[in-house]
Design a protein around this ligand. Sequence first.
Ligand code: FAD
Length: 200
Amino acid sequence: LINSFAGLRADIEGRDDFIIEASKKIRGFINVAGIESPGLSSAPAIAEMVSGILKEVVKEISPRLELNYKDDFIETLPEQPRFADYLDKTGKWQEIVEKDADYGEIICRCEKVSKGEMLRVIHQPVPARSLDAIKRRIRAGMGRCQGGFCSPKVLKILSEELKISPLKITKKGKDSEILKTKTKDMIKETGVKFKDEVRV
Ligand SMILES: Cc1cc2nc3c(=O)[nH]c(=O)nc-3n(C[C@H](O)[C@H](O)[C@H](O)COP(=O)(O)OP(=O)(O)OC[C@H]3O[C@@H](n4cnc5c(N)ncnc54)[C@H](O)[C@@H]3O)c2cc1C
């Protein structure tokens, strides 16, 4: 089963560029609209532009207000090692594995994602709690086999780390549980017998 993807593009008729400007109608409101492709790649530049506009807007509305970074503002994210980035410098990856052996266990072979990367996104401040959340953050399950091999392993890791039953792990949140029941419970409930059992 191969996924295909769809989405809406914010296209503004008769205009080839994004709208990034202070509203002429509502004071203090900044329009950031029509952000179609390559909106994602442009996001850091858009943020800088908006911050510049914001400074101008604030100067106009309340000249005495000073805009400063929060004391706990962290400009760059802490380094998040990805095995896939180290393929031509495996010696360096070895150093990471020596510090934390989980980075030496590859869970998604297609996209080369280690268990260490998985644990990191499960426990980060905005945690990944479903298979799709993990896939979107670190690409596990995004490769050629589309999660055919790694999904059961990812499910088990999620269940262990979140300390919840595997039956409660979802693909993408509410009502998308992956496992319906334990095989042994199903056999008990339905009385189904497997071929070998019948033969015995
Ligand atoms: C198929 C596809 C492929 C793309 N590929 C690329 C690419 O390779 N590179 C690239 O740079 N860009 C790409 N883009 C474009 C990029 O995804 C967009 O430019 C970018 O996501 C726009 O960001 P945004 O924050 O403006 O809007 P969005 O990311 O669309 O965010 C808007 C959010 O508002 C929410 N929302 C909508 N209405 C309401 C409401 N009434 N109340 C509350 N929330 C609401 C939506 O659910 C959504 O989460 C692609 C787009 C598509 C569709």
